[in-house]
Design a binder for this molecule. Structure first.
Ligand code: FDA
Length: 306
């Protein structure tokens, strides 16, 4: 099977409701532990503490997405609040990252905003920060609308912009009016060529352009990539343009390019590692495989390991 076909298969599996439900029941399997801290908050705290000890900060994500009942959305909200409380109690250096389809976005906008407000209020009490992630294209406009509405009320909120979308250049300019704290990513969902650059080279080019534009606008950037070349380019760009290290951080996923994470932290750059935890690991794990189908060898090895 070609790598592109494998990648599309993983993307379809990521959205498959039956597979996600089944995976929840059976705990972390197939080597998912490489990318997910564990299913309990204590696993997440331990993992972040270890990163803090290595000079890095983190962001916790309580795994979950595309929920379809108010009960499940409320439960996810409670888990986000418990995560903030655990961060506060343990003193780990960490903020929160959340997918708002887990807070009820697909049920209705009001439920989602109500839940998000509860999370933001608690985070504000603790002096902590919450980032709304960007999910698939069908949720993009709504996510940005919610971000803008809440940014008028809260200072401790950020969101994400994806380099593969044609619309992102315009979004970056519009978000400049909000002095948005943005995480910039290449994009992890399977999107049509009607809305996203189909060629990787074009995605990379657009991604670079967006980060530069956002930084030159004087805004804070989470440069979220494992791409060596891009990291080098951004180091050079910030040096040449006298952009302070206070204005950006590198962000990477737990379990991916730990060597690069440590190298940057040792060189004095702020590195924030995205640490997901919880029982709803399957969709996240499938997207990590879709990004790099070569990982399948690693999955097969773990599938047959007792
Ligand atoms: P690229 O795909 O070019 O990979 C560069 C190198 O990184 C590869 O050669 C390989 O060495 C390594 N690598 C990348 N992916 C790997 C993997 N899965 N396994 C092993 N090695 C891998 N997306 C989104 O749509 N919405 C979001 O909110 C977020 N949030 C987010 C947070 C953070 C902290 C990061 C780092 C990423 C995201 N993403 C995301 C995912 C992002 O869109 C993108 O899919 C991945 O980061 C992979 O792209 P890279 O930029 O790493 O580059």
């Amino acid at each position: 099977m070609g790598l592109a076909i494998l990648s599309n298969t993983f993307q379809s599996l990521a959205k498959n409701k039956a597979a996600n439900k089944m995976a929840k029941k059976y705990g972390l399997k197939f080597g998912a532990k490489r990318f997910v801290a564990g299913d309990r908050i204590q696993n997440a705290v331990d993992c972040v503490r270890e990163l803090n000890n290595k000079g890095m900060v983190a962001m916790l994500n309580y795994l979950g997405e595309f929920v379809s009942t108010e009960e499940a959305a409320n439960e996810a909200t409670e888990n986000c609040i418990k995560t903030l409380e655990a961060i506060n109690e343990t003193g780990i250096e960490c903020n929160l990252s959340v997918k708002i389809t887990s807070l009820g976005l697909d049920i209705n906008k009001e439920i989602c905003i109500r839940n998000l407000r509860r999370i933001l209020d608690r985070a504000k009490e603790f002096g902590n920060f919450v980032r709304i992630e960007m999910e698939d294209y069908s949720h993009c406009q709504l996510t940005l609308d919610i971000y803008k509405e809440l940014k008028n009320e809260y200072n401790n909120i950020g969101t994400v912009i994806q380099g593969y979308l044609y619309r992102s250049e315009k979004d970056i300019e519009e978000l400049n009016n909000y002095q948005a704290n943005l995480r910039l990513v290449k994009g992890a969902y399977l999107e049509s060529a009607d809305v996203a650059f189909p060629k990787k080279a074009d995605v990379d080019e657009n991604y670079e352009k967006l980060i530069k534009r956002h930084l030159l606008n004087g805004n804070y950037a989470g440069i979220a990539t494992h791409d060596d070349v891009m990291v080098e380019k951004m180091i050079r760009f910030t040096q040449e343009n006298h952009i302070s290290r206070e204005n950006f951080e590198f962000q990477m996923l737990y379990g991916i390019r730990s060597d690069l994470q440590e190298k940057l932290a040792n060189a004095g750059y702020k590195v924030r590692v995205y640490v997901p935890y919880g029982v709803d690991w399957f969709g996240y794990f499938m997207r990590r495989l879709a990004e790099r189908p070569e990982n399948v060898a690693f999955v097969l090895k773990n599938t047959f390991k007792k």
